[in-house]
Each structure stands twice: as structure tokens, then as C-alpha cells.
Design a protein around this ligand. Sequence first.
Ligand code: PRX
Length: 644
Amino acid sequence: MNQANKNKKMSYYKIQNLEQYFKHYNKSIREPRKFWGKIAEENFVWYQTWDKVVDFNMAEAEVKWFTEAKVNIVKNCIDRHLARRGNKTAIIFEPNNINEEAQHITYNDLHQRVCKMANVLREQGISKGDRVCIYLPMIPELAVSVLACARIGAIHSVVFAGFSATAVSSRINDSECKMVVTSDGGFRGEKTIDLKGIIDEALINCPSVKNVLVVKRTNQSIFMETGRDQWLQPLLDNASDNNVAEIMDAEDPLFILYTSGSTGKPKGMVHTTAGYMVYTAYTFKNVFQHEENDIFWCTADIGWITGHSYILYGPLLNGATTVMFEGIPSYPDFSRFWEVIEKHKITQFYTAPTAIRSLAKESIDFVQKYPLKSLKVIGTVGEPINEEAWHWYNNHVGGKRCPVVDTWWQTETGGIMISPIAFVTPTKPTYATLPLPGIQPVLMDEKRNEIEGNQKEGSLCIKFPWPAMARTIWGNHQRFKDTYFSTFPGKYFTGDGALRDEVGYYRITGRVDDVIIVSGHNLGTAPIEDAINEHPAVSESAIVGFPHDIKGNALYGFVILKDTGETRHREHLKKEINQHISDHIGPIAKLDKIQFVTGLPKTRSGKIMRRILRKIAEGDLSNFGDITTLLNPEIVEEIVEGKL
Ligand code: PRX
């Protein structure tokens, strides 16, 4: 065998069969440095390579990948593809309105647009290390803004355009963003959302923001503050498309993305450049078995990690064609997803179980109208998928031909961690199956010991670093360490429970902390309780999750009013409380049920016994276990009666 063939054979970048998966997996565990070093070397362009592939101290939550290497992720996403793929479509933009034409943005176009935007950012005073808040609907300018930031080394902080003014301002202030990029508004189904109005309100309390750039999308009339706000288009029209990318250190922050925590303040997860680049590219290629002419569609919003990693970075790093969809699955009717798959000949489709459940409850005709023959792989993410939804997806969308990749991962992990590899790993309904190469999951028991063997359940931890793991929480490394690395010292604690079946497949059973996943959105109970408690009529509250057919979980609030004699206007108060939540966090955090109570079950140390509230919310009123340790055991009966 000549050297070229031998090297080709040794590539670890793409797994082609199960035997190779095990081979690569074992290599990645035995020799992680060789494994990731080779992948990094062969598949990316670097200004300078690394000293060490990985350097870490898990107990201190200190992790570095590709130390001393110099790189620019956007050069890897766009520039290096231009020679071979300049005229290939990079992004297909599918608008909300079916009468508006889809846009096909080639790699050449994208390059030009990103360079112009990068120059505008620099002209507006943004430089390496500055934070830029991006609050945009799913339009091409969102992708362009994210990539332009990364090109000049500015740290993007994309805030999902469904968050309220209060939520946006706390995120802007936490990372002291210098600029906001937003739009006059956004289209979502039949609604037009006043995004600029939300930003105006948010910025009343954001002294760090000097400039606001505004994309014209809806043409609605908006307020423009002199000296602060500018329309983006004229600036782009005057900008050069010649832009020199910033040379970034491997460990320079690439972006901040906020995720809910079990305490009040959202956590600004910091992802850095090189490790995130290598891992998102690698996982995209393998999990979805991407090939050159595929058309990949992930239905997430770029405001979430799924959109960052698998609408933008992962696909573009592989020179893929990726779809950005502005709309919602129910508009103009429930066949929209299937119509778009047919229209653009989508080959890989990636969505959330909640979307599947909501479409499965509609007439089967909506999906059966479309042959969906272009599809090769279908995936899910964001929450456990129940067996019924898995089968519906497999039968009616995948036509039993397409592997269902149930991908488990988190904002913190940066990329997919446990998942079938399409056509390689035999799937099993409701199981995320096997860890990807480089990922070492372990199950831990209550005594903090590692659980050996199969057919076991425990808390899911990861015991060795992987390239895309978050490096810190912006401005609060101690919180990062406390949240993820102290429960099981030396290991990354995911906050999820999992079980391992007889062959070593993993099934994620759900959160083991106070985070509740509602419609695939990660919601901490504390910030919602804080928002409710700010209502003038409320003295205290507790939120728990309960099973919901479509959302997976819905929120149930137990609320103590200040004046317990108050019986008037209860329904009105419930509406007000939900409005309060909407204003403070966003409509996604609204409660499905609210029960007014006179007290909450508490331990003698004052901790709310959520276990009991969860049972009540679920409607399981039979056996609450030992409640004698409660400070106020009588309240349990009262709450149960109030529910009946
Ligand atoms: O509980 C797990 C659930 O979503 C959490 C992470 O949420 P977030 O950071 O918002 O990221 C979501 C998109 C990556 C996890 O801790 N989760 C995610 N994927 C799955 C899942 N639960 C079960 N199965 C999955 N495939």
C-alpha cells in the first residue's frame, strides 16, 4: 500500500460502519490526543497548529483544547470552500410567508455579505473580544451577523427573539454588550412581532450599549433613537467586501449563549473557538452522514445552541447546504414542514419531539400528501422522545427507511454527545444509544460512586473532556465549577438521569435538578418563581413540571397570595401572573395551570418539598411517602383538596 492510500485509510473523520465506530471509539478513549489531533490537522485550515491537543484539570473546571493554535472559524466555514464550492448554495432561506420566494445564498454570496457586515461592525467600533447582542428573527441577516462577529473576533451573544425586554436586558448587561443587532420586526405565522420595541424597552437599562443596527424586515414604523440607532442596509451598501479575518487563539471565546439554571440568573455559557469548530464539524458529518449534495434542514432557531451548531457552524464547516426557516410548523397549515421538505428536496431533517407530537395529533393527510422520498436521515433533539412519537416519525416521515437519530446533548456540551450514527448504529426507540467517539459517559449512584455494568440507572456524567465543552460561565467561573464539576468531583455533571440497557445503549430519563424541559426549552424554576413573586398580589410560589401530551412537560404553579381572604378575580389574577411571566421571561415560560394555595410543603430547614408538589401536579394523589419531616404536613391535604 502506498503512503497516500495508507493515510487515507487512517482518517478518523468519517465513520462508515459499526466495526469502524468501535475502532474509532476505542482509539478516541485510549489516545484522545492522537485521535483529535489527527482530525484537527486533516480537516481544517490553521494559521498555526497547537502545542498540546488537550490540557485540563476537571476538578478545577479548567479545560483547553489545541493550546497556542491560531485559527479563524469563519475562514473554515466559508473562505476555504470558495475555490471548490463558490457557486454552491450555502444557505437556503425559506420565509414565513409562502408567497415570498425562497433565497439561495451561495458560498460566494455569503462570503461577500459576511465580509461587508464584518467591515460595518469594525467601522462601528467593534473589535476582537467585544460582545455583540444579536436579537433577530430567522432571516439571513442573523446568520450573516453571527458569522461577521466570529470573523472579526467579536463574541456573539444571540438572544432568542421570543425573549422579553427584561430577559434581553439582563443578558445584555451580564456580558456588557456594546452593540445590538436587531430588526424592525419579525414574522411568525400570522403574527408580526415588534422586535425593535422590545429592544427599546430593554435598552432603558443597558448602559453598555452604544449602537443599535436595525435590519428592515417587516417595514412597520418604528422608533429610531438619534445617535444610537441606524438602519443596517445603507451601512452595508457603503461597506467594502474586502475583509481580513482576525487571527484567533484556539481558546478565544467564540460566543456566549444563555441557558436557564436552577438559580435565578441565566448562565452565559462561553464556547471557545478551535475545540467547538472541530467537534461541531465532526459530529455533523458523522451523525447525519452528510454527503456533498445533501440539503440539511434543522428546524431550530439560531437563538438556541441547536441552531448555532447544526444550522450554522457544523454544516458550513463541512461545505454543506443548510436551510434557515423563518416560520412555524402550523402556518399556513400543518403540512408546512412536509411541504418544505418536498420543495427543497431535504435529505436530512432535524427537529424536536414537541414539534413531532404536535403534528402527529393533526390529520395524517397533512403528511401523507407528500412522498418525502428525498429524505435519508431524520433526527430529534431537545428532550426525551416518547415511543409513540418515535414510531409516528419513523413510519410517516421517515417511511421506515430513514434512521431516526435521537441526539442527546446540551447548550453546555456544544455538540451532540450520545446519538446513533445514521446507517451505522442500529436504532432503538427512545434510546440515544451510544456515545460518539471521544465521549466517556458514566452513571453515578447517590453515594457518588460510578455504577459499573449494564441495565443500570443513575446520574449521567462525562468523565473526560471533549473539544466543544463550554469553558466557563461568563464572569463567574466559580458558578461553572459549582454547577457542573462539584457534585461528582472531577467529572462533568449533566443534570440528567439516564439508564444503560443490556448492550450499553443510553436512554435519557430526564432532568434530575430544578430545570424543566417544556417544548424542548430548558426552563429553570427559580427565574419563573422570581417573576411570579414580583407580582404585587403574590407572596410566594413554587413551580413544578407535569407530563403534557405535546409539550413533554408543562408548568404547574402553586401560588400563595398576599391577601388570602381575596377570592375575587381569581381568573383575572391567573392571567396577570402569566402576563408577568411573559414580560419578565417570555411566553415560553407561561404556566399551564395555576393553583392558589395558603402554604407550601416545607422541610424544617425551609426548603420546598417539590417531590410532593410534583405528585399533586401529576394527579397522583395517593402516596406521598414520609411527610412527617415537614414543618407543615397539614398543608398537603389542603393542597390536594384545593386541586380536586
Ligand atoms: O435534559 C436534556 C434535554 O435537554 C437538555 C439540554 O437542553 P439545552 O441546553 O436547551 O439544549 C437542547 C439542545 C441540545 C438536556 O440536559 N435533552 C436534549 N436532547 C435530548 C434530551 N433529553 C432526552 N433526549 C434527547 N435526545
